[in-house]
Ligand binder design. Structure first.
Ligand code: 6A9
Length: 788
């Protein structure tokens, strides 16, 4: 009985939040406390939409489709790579008051803009303006349907107000966080001053059991019976929202238990070019001077754009550095997409510890965070976020403080934070079931310390005491939890030898991978010891801990808290002799992991026994499995690549360390890490270079160029080139070359292929993987600005 009791109470630990006070007050994101940040484009997973920073926000959004197209179904809503848009993303976005986005569809471009206006008690008003223009290549002006909607999420109500038969003039509504409000749909016009264009109207007023169902509800309501009949042109049938009829096959599924909430869609169908405005007005905003529409909207937009341009130049100084307007435009897009990619998520993770038989639901929680990719992974990732905040802290340190606070407040009593945050139905609907569960042994690089380092540096470089207060106050609230977080790494991720570390979460019981993955390190399939074991030690984690202990010491010191233990850990972990003892391989002349390892592995087709006389096709296709030709033994791992660079990347190496010479040589060697587009993740001469991990698992961190690590490399080169030492000049030369290569390539790919990408091909420089990927790849802007 005791054993059972023990297990269940231990099982609860994983889903029990840490008891120390939250960094954020419970109401910190409420409209009353933080009105300017209440409304925002916090739905990065849709092409265009806004919501408030509240758990069950009313959401607003836009879908669109081209009429009379050969493509039968081209309804666009959530960002999907399968839509094959030529490009989309924010050109300008200040994270606070306005944004300008351009969406390039096949033969037309939609510009989606929003401006907010403060007033009343619920975060004020906003106006959207959508401008559509056909491409010069389009054979004729396309007819487009825009579908603007509002949807409630388990609370609040919406009423449709129809005028002139089918035209939905407005939606009024009420919710806890917004009070009363009104959304008005203006008629399309050609330009700001011109009169209304011919258009047809449809609307849908229905209910939805959850936000992830909105696209399907619209899709299953579409009907071809409507007639488009412009004054000078032929009559044609077009597709419009009608009444919602759930598809039959859904009957088999178990009925949705969730509460149904109001969902109202306004469809306007009109030929390009046109412009259309939608206004949100808060009922509590009484002394509104005028409506934010037409020329007033234009003035407001122009004002915000000018302010944005000025602030951008002040923060990043690209003009002063002599960058051309095209580069500056790219830089603005990089920043704007990271800001415009911020989301506010609410929900529960699904977690698993060794003590529970089945996955458990984590407590409900909120996360305000940037996301790596609006299309493919529009959700929070722990180590991505530290990189994101390196950029955002230069623009708005308040954002960085709030984001770190949200992440740290998600910590459980053990000190663990789930690595990938899949919160809420919408987020979950994008992730296959097998990827949802998060395990509490698993870490992810503590890059939030990089962001904290930046905040601390801002403190010391700013003589204004009053300006330091928000960060000091934040650090004071953060510190108790930060200690626990640091301790969690320092106890659960230790290695076999004193002061060594080991990533958990590698699968040792399989022969299905060429090299079992280390997802927790963030470098997924980067080669590690071939045979995972408790005897491993990982050099990247060692360096992360050296960095983290140093920042812990600094924060403690700033706050007047005991800092000696952190200082001591930092000293030990940064000791170059110890580092070499644990991780330098004389044989490979590189820093390396150590573990039970053999190089002699390959994937081989398994033999399938087919009894004589039986037809071959009745037996399963043989799988690829790993064959090990020579037994593993305890040794340094031969891989050369990003992991080998960590003592340099995180600036643990002393400037006079002779190891720098080897590192610089390998970096500059085109047969190893150097390419004209940045450093490749794994040496071209490595046995696992560009090798698949399984039949279905293409190489990921085994060659391609990743911008987060390249950012760290450029930053480290900058440091070593500004620090006295025998390799100072070499570092300066490498710095110039590497920085230029990366900037030019990411820039070129953006203009040629329409996106900032997840990674870049080491042979051609071409962008590949998810796109847009305006998470850490946007750090290119910091390299342009030379702000490290
Ligand atoms: C799996 C597929 C629709 C992988 O940028 C986020 C992470 C990084 O933290 C990590 O270092 N990416 C990098 O190696 C992307 C991970 C995406 C996992 C999604 C589900 C969804 O299918």
């Amino acid at each position: 009985f005791y054993a059972i009791y023990m297990r269940s109470s231990l099982a609860k630990r994983v889903v029990t939040l840490h008891p120390s006070p939250h960094v954020l007050d419970a109401n910190s994101t409420d409209a009353k406390v933080s009105p300017e940040r209440f409304w925002g484009s916090y739905r990065p997973q849709v092409y265009f939409g806004m919501k408030t920073r509240s758990p069950r926000s009313i959401v607003t959004g836009m879908m669109w489709m081209r009429q009379f197209s050969d493509l039968d179904m081209n309804l666009r809503h959530t960002c999907e790579q399968g839509d094959r848009l030529q490009g989309y993303g924010w050109l300008m976005h200040d994270g606070l008051t306005f944004g300008v986005q351009e969406i390039r569809d096949n033969d037309f471009t939609l510009t989606t803009e929003f401006v907010k206006r403060m007033g009343g008690d619920h975060g004020g008003d906003w106006t959207w303006r959508v401008t559509a223009k056909q491409h010069s290549s389009a054979p004729q002006a396309p007819v487009i349907s825009l579908m603007f909607y509002a949807a409630a999420d388990a609370q609040g109500s919406l009423q449709a107000h129809v005028e002139e038969r089918n035209r939905l003039a407005s939606i009024t509504g009420f919710s806890e966080e917004l009070g009363n409000f009104k959304i008005t749909f203006r008629k399309p016009v050609t330009g700001e001053l011109s009169s209304a264009k011919y258009a047809t109207y449809n609307y849908l007023q229905t209910v939805s059991p959850g936000l992830e169902k909105l696209t399907d509800i619209v899709k299953y309501s579409l009907n071809r019976r409507f007639v488009y009949s412009p004054p000078s042109g032929e009559k044609k049938h077009y597709i419009g929202v009608d009444t919602y009829k759930p598809p039959h096959h859904q009957n088999q599924q178990k009925p949705d238990q969730r509460k149904e909430s109001d969902f109202v869609v306004y469809q306007v169908t009109v030929q390009t070019p046109f412009q259309i405005e939608v206004l949100f007005e808060s009922g509590s905003f009484h002394d509104r001077p005028n409506q934010l529409v037409g020329s007033i909207m234009t003035q407001e937009l122009e004002k915000r754009k000018a302010e944005f341009d000025a602030k951008f130049e002040k923060a990043f100084g690209l003009e002063k550095k002599g960058f051309s307007q095209a580069y500056i435009k790219f830089g603005k897009a990089a920043l704007s997409n990271m800001l415009g990619g911020m989301g506010y998520f609410f929900g529960q993770s699904v977690v698993q510890s060794v003590y529970n038989e089945y996955p458990l639901l984590y407590p409900e929680g909120a996360l305000f965070t940037a996301v790596p990719s609006r299309s493919f992974f529009p959700r929070g990732f722990l180590w991505d976020e530290g990189f994101h905040q390196l950029l955002l802290s230069k623009w708005d340190p308040q954002v960085t403080r709030e984001v770190i606070a949200h992440w740290i407040d998600l910590m459980n009593m053990e000190g663990w934070i789930p690595r990938e945050q899949i919160l809420g139905d919408e987020a979950r609907s994008k992730v296959p079931a097998e990827f949802i569960v998060q395990r509490n042994e698993n870490a992810n690089p503590p890059t939030l310390f990089l962001a904290l380092q930046e905040l601390i540096e801002q403190l010391s470089s700013n003589p204004d005491k009053a300006a330091s207060q928000p960060t000091l106050h934040f650090l004071r609230r953060l510190f108790p939890r930060l200690k626990t977080w640091y301790e969690w790494y320092n106890t659960t991720q230790t290695g076999p030898l004193p002061n060594s570390y080991r990533w958990r979460g590698r699968d040792k019981d399989t022969n299905l991978f060429l090299n079992p993955k280390t997802l927790t390190s963030g470098l997924d399939d980067y080669p590690r010891a071939s045979h995972p074991s408790a005897d491993e030690r990982h050099v990247d984690l060692h360096c992360w801990m050296a960095l983290s202990s140093g920042i812990m010491a600094k924060v403690a010191q700033l706050l007047g808290e005991p800092h000696e233990d952190y200082q001591l850990s930092h000293k030990v972990l940064s000791d170059n002799n110890l580092l070499s003892e644990l991780h330098w391989s004389e044989q490979h002349r590189a820093f390396s992991d150590f573990g039970n390892h053999t190089e002699d592995v390959s994937l081989q087709r398994e033999k399938v026994y087919v009894p004589p006389g039986q037809p071959r096709h009745q037996f399963p296709v043989a799988r690829l499995v790993r064959s090990v030709r020579r037994a593993p033994k305890a040794q340094h791992v031969n891989a050369l690549g990003y992991v080998s660079l960590f003592p340099f990347l995180l600036q643990i190496l002393q400037p006079d360390s002779p190891k720098l010479e080897h590192i610089f040589r390998d970096m500059r060697d085109s047969n190893k890490l150097w390419t004209p587009y940045g450093l490749r993740s794994l040496s071209k001469s490595d046995p696992l270079y560009m090798k698949r991990n399984t039949e279905h698992d293409a190489p990921y961190w085994r060659g391609p160029i990743w911008i987060n690590i390249n950012y760290l490399a450029v930053r480290a080169l900058h440091y070593y080139s500004h620090t006295e030492g025998p390799y100072q000049e070499k570092a300066a030369v490498l710095y110039e070359e590497l920085r230029t290569n990366i900037i030019n390539n990411v820039y070129r790919q953006y203009f040629e292929a329409g996106y900032i990408w997840e990674q870049y091909n080491d042979g051609t420089g071409r962008g590949q993987g998810s796109h847009p990927f305006t998470g850490w790849s946007s750090l290119t802007l910091l390299m342009m600005a030379e702000q490290y």
